[in-house]
Ligand binder design. Sequence first.
Ligand SMILES: Nc1ncnc2c1ncn2[C@@H]1O[C@H](COP(=O)(O)OP(=O)(O)OP(=O)(O)O)[C@@H](O)[C@H]1O
Ligand SMILES: [Mg+2]
Length: 164
Amino acid sequence: MGSEAVKVVVRCRPLNEREKALGSNTVLSVDLQRCQCFIQKPGAVDEPPKQFTFDGTYFTDQTTEQMYNEIAYPLVEGVTEGYNGTIFAYGQTGSGKSYTMQGVSEPASQKGVIPRAFEHIFESIQFLVRASYLEIYNEEIRDLLGHDTKQKLEVMAYSRCGTD
Ligand SMILES: Nc1ncnc2c1ncn2[C@@H]1O[C@H](COP(=O)(O)OP(=O)(O)OP(=O)(O)O)[C@@H](O)[C@H]1O
Ligand SMILES: [Mg+2]
């Protein structure tokens, strides 16, 4: 794992029941040591796979626990020391963003990044925490801790003048 300020890691989820019932094949393979992904075009065995390199790669049998310890833990540690940190899940619908971020309680190894980060932060700090939880979906923004999570919020420009 490099020491860049922005790291991009990829996680591949297993085929779900619907995909298995359709007889879908897995077209992705991963070299965990080299952090590389290979996508093989179905039916084109002669064609070399498309190859992508990331800062980290997680295949179907890796857990959120492992991902948290390797990727999120150092970032959250930095936050407790006063640095800014962002963990951003990106992917098409059904790719596993919520599974990774919110996770499931069973098995414990698949508990999500968010509850792990909360435990981590509250174990190590002794000061006031302010939190917000927003969703941007189809260019609409919602407050997921608000009374009405369906209410669309307006995005306002905010500027502050003067001296502090
Ligand atoms: N690593 C994984 N191991 C096992 N199952 C997984 C994994 N990742 C995702 N899944 C399963 O795949 C399905 C889709 O995942 P999820 O709901 O997290 O997708 P999403 O990216 O949040 O989609 P959306 O954009 O629609 O919210 C869920 O049933 C989830 O349980
Ligand atoms: Mg989701």
